[in-house]
Design a protein around this ligand. Sequence first.
Ligand code: CMC
Length: 446
Amino acid sequence: MNPSQPAARVTTNDKTDERRDSLTVTDNRTGKTQDLPITSETVRALDLRPMKVQADDFGLMSYDPAFTNTALCKSAITFIDGDKGILRYRGYPIEDLAEKSTYLETAYLILYGELPSGPQLDEWTYHISHHTFIHESIKKFLEGFHYDAHPMGMLISTIAALSTFYPDARDIFNKESRRKQTHRLIGKMPTLAAFAYRHSLGMPYAYPDSELSYAGNFLNMLFKTTEQKYRPNPTLEHALDVLFILHADHEQNCSANAMRCVGSSHVDPFSAAAAATAALYGPLHGGANEEVLHMLVEIGSIRNVPAYIKRVKAGEKKLMGFGHRIYKNYDPRARIIKGIADQVFEVMGRNALLDIALECERIALEDEYFITRRLYPNVDFYTGLIYQSMGFPASMFPVLFAIPRTSGWIAQWEEMLLDPEQKIARPRQIYVGHEQRPYVPMDSRD
Ligand code: CMC
C-alpha cells in the first residue's frame, strides 16, 4: 500500500474487520510487548524509546543510514509512486503540467497549493520579473572568481551572499517576509546563473528583460550580444520552460532534505538555499547530468557501448543517468524529456551523442544486471544532450537544474517551518568509537 493513502478496512476469512492499526513488538531481551500505533503505514521511531532493558537505558532507536526507509515529514507538495512511475505536484500529473502549464504557474502551484487564477498569475509574474535584478556588488563578487570557476560554485556563493543584502530575510516567521524572499530567490536565480556563465566567458553581463518569459529572459541574459532586443527562439524557450517544470520539485531528495535540515536551524532562506544548491551539485544528484555528458564523450562511439556496460557491471563504473532511490520504473520525467529532445534537435540539429545514449539505454534495458536492480534512465540521462544542443557547456547543466528546483526548495522549507511537529533536525548516532581512555603524552606515543 502506498504510504500516502489512508488506512483501509481489510477483509479476513470473508469477514470485514476494522483494521487494528498497530504493530505489536516483543523485546526478546525483556519479554515485554509493546503496541506501536501505525499511521499512514508508518510507526514513529520515538515509540520505540520506552523499550529498555535497564530503567536508566537510553531506550531503543531505529537505525537508517541514508534514510532509506524513514519518513522525515508529512508533506502535501509532491507525490511519487516509484513503482508505477508516477509524479504529481499538488495532485496534478507531471505530464499534464508539462503539456499545459508554464514554469511560473507550476512554481505558484507548488508554493501555494493551487493553480493561480488569471489575476493571481499576473501578479505573481509581475513580482518575479521585478525581482530579477541583483545588487551591483554581486558583480564585484563574481569578479573574484577565476575564469574557469565552476558555475555551481559561483551560484552557491552568490545565493549565500544574498542573505547579506537582505537581512530582513531573517524574519522567517513573517508571512510577508517569506513571500518577498520567495520573489527574490525565484527572480534572481536565473540572473545569478547567467552572470556566472557570462563571467566564465569573459563577456559583459546582459541585464534582465522583464518583458520576456521566465525562460526567455534567462536565455536573453545568457546569449544576448549586440542586438537591441533579444528574441528567444520559441522552441528553445518552450523546451527550457518544460524542463524547468520537470525539475521544479521531487519531494525529499538530497537537496530538499538539505534545505529542510539547514532551514530547521531557523537560518534565513538564502543561506538554506545555498546549502540545498551545494547538495544538488554532487554527481549522484543534480551533477549527474554533467557526468552523463562526460560519460557519453568517454564512450565515444556506439561500438564501445557493450565494453562500457561490461565495466559498469564489473563495478568499475556507474552508468550515469541511470537508477534512482525512488523510481524502480522508468522515470516519468525522462519519458517527457525524450519528446522535448526531438523538438530541440529539429531546430539545432541532432546531437551526435544521442545514438550512444540510445544504445546505452537499449542494452541496459535488456540486461540482467539492470533488470534485476530495476535501473532505468532517470531525469538526467537525456537532459545533458538537450542542454548541449542548446549551446550550454556541461558545467552549466547542474545550474539549469538548480534554477527551477528553487521553487520546490522554498515550498519544502516553508512547509517545514509551519509544521508544528518539526524541530531542529538533529539525528542520533550509534557511537562505535573508543570508550574513555587515559590521555597519552607526546613522548609515549608510537
Ligand atoms: N550504474 C550501475 N549500477 C548502479 C547504478 C548505476 N547508475 N545505480 C545503482 N546501481 C546498482 C548499485 O551498484 C547497487 O548494486 P548492488 O546491489 O549490486 O550493490 C544497486 O544498483 C542499488 O543501488 P544503490 O546505490 O543502493 O541505490 P541508491 O538508491 O542508493 O542510489 C542513485 C540511487 C541515483 C544515487 C544511484 O542509482 C546512482 O548513483 N545513479 C547514477 C547517478 C545518477 O544518475 N544520479 C541522478 C539521480 S536522478 C536526479 C536527481 O536526483 O538529482
